[in-house]
Design a binder for this molecule. Sequence first.
Ligand code: SF4
Length: 333
Amino acid sequence: MIKIDENKIFQVIEQRKPRSVALNGAEALLPKLQDVADHITEKCGIEAYVIGDTCWGSCDLNTHASDMLGADILFSVGHTVAMETFGEKVFMINAFDDVSFDSVAEKCAKGLKDKYKTVSLLTDSQHLEKVAGVKRIFEDNGYKVIIGRGKGQLLDAQVFGCEFYPAWNVQKQVEAYIFLGQSMFHSASVAMSTEKPTFMLDPYFEEYSQVNDFAAGLQKRAILGIYKALDAEKIGLIIGLKEGQFAHVRALELKKEFEKLGKKVQLIALTEITDDRVQIFKGIDAFVQVACPRIAIDNHFKKPMLSVPQALALIKLLKKEPIEDFLKIQHWL
Ligand code: SF4
């Protein structure tokens, strides 16, 4: 069950004495946020707004909504807490899943014993508190376990869907990665970025599975998208308007590169980058979006839609340079 650090919320309210607050978080957390909002109003007598728009990560804080509501504080729940605050108004609040990994970790440690001797553990923010226990289980089964160091917004062992420093930094020392949590989104990106055997521990079904085949499928689609965009005459270059994904400068850099290579480029700004929205634009043969790389890598679009690493690979292809390893980088932005 997901537990939200309400104590931290009440501490902040006590110290800052806001007139109203707003809460946001991943979609799955919204019902929990409704309860937290009720608790805040009951206990502190202030308005608490639940922001119901999508919120994909600390890159998608939606402070604009909070400002429009006039909220003095925005609590962003369930994303990284490596940085406790963003500016004066945003407080990052921990939400962790108390599900046990003991049984699935034991099963995986025993199952992979004859194949690997050194592994690294990775997870998302919800399961960071389980890393120490799973490490002990693997060590008791004879493994050497290496935990990669965090960087920037990532804590040790933590990865985002586009940022993998703790995995990347130890890849020469380990034979395989073990990802704690039921997230193909995160574990497949580790597999794509490192190309090492990567296993996902699902604590709910108490099963572990290797995700490299699934990751290879995503990677193949990402490569296909690049080749489909090769002959595009006009590229729609989309700047995402979510504040933490806003990469205006990057877009202009790419525009210049594409134009040097003879492509026409139309600059487009969009908040939600979906197939329905982009179909509205006429005369565009392929799109590049500089917001979240996973929008292009994980979703289906009728016309080619490339992320930043795919766009950089396309530029290389247009220059007749090789593109292998374009996803084997520690940050896909
Ligand atoms: S994968 Fe997308 S949503 Fe997740 S941190 Fe990266 S940019 Fe944000």
